[in-house]
Design a protein around this ligand. Structure first.
Ligand SMILES: [Mg+2]
Length: 475
């Protein structure tokens, strides 16, 4: 993939070339070329805001409510079923409750999905057998993916069916899953449950619905704004048919003469890859330039050199969140295609051109970022607490000693696991497999603990490290 990316950058005008190299520092990609840029990412100030914003523990109330005794990966014989309607959703979900057991392992697994369990939506050999073995032996695992665009329940149902293994949404972490924490807020971020948020990305308004199922109550899409105020983007006719079927009334009109009653946004979430980059760029830019998030206004602090960042994003503008840093991703096309990271690079370029080079303050999650691994580890610890009979008191049990991260992408899965510094002292061991992005025989950009053929071999190797007799394991 290196020649592709190098060629791409080489022929570009200087400003765009700079843009690509700067933004690739904050993204990982499916190509190895970006590794050196990416290394800088975790130390950048803008990325530290990720930790500042999200890395603190959830508020106790949020923790209690989110820890439902519902982790399914236990032997089917230990599971009983009941339905409940959690506050954040409008439909009943199935919860499964495990009978507590005292022999939960001190290690666990985290699996990437694409290129590990599935390839082009089809199960990979050994995937079902490996997960079934873990179920059977009460060994906790999570699925940790940079994918998204659908609610966890929908993805879990699809995946369970494909693999023939019962899975639960509570141990399924998509790129946007950690955004759930912002419904109730954290120690450093305000609760957004009752605030107005802009959500973009994904098909139609699916991501709006996902956000609502998480518990956000006032979710607006760029399409809603365009259909109410077509003048906001002069080429509005191009996508109007697309937006027509999903448009909803705005919570408030845009009334800049009477700001108290005017439409105001408190956060911007790029949940998934945007489909209409032009409109999304325009509306996000409008909000980042606005006075306190009121659509249609322009902050008088913009460009004020006496203020930090020359006054840009210094006037209560909504915080900007991205769920996935991937610049490129593998699709059915023979060359990598632009991912959500491409949209981010585009927005950053527009921002720099508009502001004369000001920093674009934003929060990015998704592998390989710290917050996503921390969130995943928390989910695993909750699961173990259930297994050990401690309910939702995961702090009461000894932390996991080790998590095996099984992935196909050195730049995200392996890099993230290698760099993750667990707050509870858990060691993350990276296992690279050959059924996805990584090409056998090449040197991975980030060195895993071991490279094996496939997910089954990865689980087998890991279990052997933990002293398991795997002689009876069969694919
Ligand atoms: Mg993958």
């Amino acid at each position: 993939m290196r020649p592709y990316t190098s060629a791409l950058s080489k022929g570009l005008p200087r400003s765009l070339d700079q843009l690509l190299s700067q933004t690739s520092a904050q993204q990982h990609s499916t190509t190895s070329t970006l590794c050196s840029h990416s290394r800088r990412a975790l130390s950048s100030a803008s990325h530290r805001t990720l930790n500042d914003t999200l890395s603190r523990t959830m508020a106790p109330s949020a923790r209690r409510s989110s820890i439902i005794a519902s982790y399914a990966p236990m032997a089917a014989t230990h599971v009983r079923q009941y339905s409940a309607s959690p506050k954040s959703t409008t439909h009943a979900r199935q919860y499964s409750v495990a009978t507590p057991t005292r022999d939960a392992s001190s290690f666990a697994f985290a699996f990437d999905i694409d290129g590990v369990l599935l390839r082009s939506s089809a199960p990979l050999p050994g995937a079902a057998a490996a997960l079934t073995y873990l179920h059977k032996h009460n060994i906790p695992f999570i699925l940790l993916t940079n994918g998204g665009g659908k609610h966890e329940s929908e993805r879990v149902a699809e995946l369970s069916k494909k693999l023939g293994v019962p899975l639960s949404e509570e141990n399924f972490v998509q790129s946007h899953t950690p955004f759930k924490q912002l419904v109730e807020g954290t120690e450093t971020a305000e609760a957004l449950k009752d605030k107005t948020i802009l959500v973009t990305g994904g098909d139609g308004d699916k991501c709006r619905k996902v956000a609502e199922m998480y518990g956000f109550k006032n979710v607006v899409t760029p399409g809603d704004i365009l259909m109410h105020y077509p003048d906001i983007w002069p080429f509005n006719q191009i996508f109007s048919d697309y937006y027509k079927s999903t448009t909803r009334p705005l919570p408030r009109p845009v009334d800049i003469q009477n700001l108290q009653n005017s439409l105001k946004f408190d956060a911007i979430f790029v949940f998934n890859d945007p489909r209409d980059w032009a409109l999304d760029n325009q509306i996000i830019l409008d909000l980042l330039l606005s006075k306190q998030g009121y659509l249609g206004t322009y902050s008088e602090k913009n460009g004020d050199s006496t203020l930090p960042n020359n006054g840009w994003q210094q006037d209560g503008q909504p915080k900007l969140y991205f769920s996935n840093p991937d610049l490129f991703w593998a699709t059915s096309y023979h060359l990598p295609r632009l991912g959500q990271g491409g949209f981010q690079a585009c927005l950053q370029g527009v921002w720099e051109a508009t502001t004369g080079g000001a920093e674009l303050k934003r929060t990015i999650i998704g592998k390989p970022h710290y917050e996503t691994y921390k969130y995943g580890e928390r989910v695993l610890n909750k699961y173990r607490a259930q297994l050990l009979g401690f309910g939702d008191q995961e702090e009461a049990i000894t932390p996991l000693k080790r998590v095996f991260m099984i992935g196909d992408n050195p730049e995200s899965d392996i890099r993230g696991a290698n760099q993750f510094n667990s707050p509870r002292g858990t060691e993350w061991t990276s296992v690279l497999i050959k059924t996805g992005v990584y090409r056998a025989g090449t040197v991975p950009a980030y060195t895993p603990k071991v490279i094996v053929d496939d997910v089954f071999a990865a689980v087998k190797w890991s279990l052997e490290q933990e002293g398991f007799d795997t002689s009876t394991m069969e694919m």
